[in-house]
Design a protein around this ligand. Sequence first.
Ligand code: NI
Length: 182
Amino acid sequence: MPIREILTHPDQRLRRTAAAVPRVDDDVRALLDDLVDTLRDIGGAGLAAMQIGDMRAAVIVDVGRRTHPEGKSTLLEMVNPVIVERAGHVLWREGCLSVPGVSAEVERSARLVVEYLDRDGQIVRHSAEGLEAVAIQHELDHLDGVLYFDRLGALEQKLTLQDYDRACAERTGRAGETESAP
Ligand code: NI
């Protein structure tokens, strides 16, 4: 399965709302495979289909490499996910593959229950806490066209986006240097 290009802010496709998947078929399973291959290639806690330019409501979350000492996968492949229960609050430093080079602390629910269809089209009810709960909330936000910095206070959002612009300019500068090198 191909590794796909990840869209980055301010690409307006990241601001659209995902479309519910009417049926989990081979085409949807191929999308999930692409998400898994792309996430494993780039490294990260989760990825939404929106981020590879596919507007279907599908996300994956895999926090295993960060939460298990042996780095065991805890892959969740979620189609049409909905958070049905939330409890508590937690402040967590988040980054996003679509907003590379910066991070900020975001307030999230500490625990949750999410319902979704798995790759066989079966309804799954999954309880999560800690990093996994945060990652699920972050990825589900993508399906609503929401990026984590939207949830920051005005000043912190401004500083985060200034850092992001600077990081983008540095990347572009470095790319330019590489291109002009002999
Ligand atoms: Ni993200």
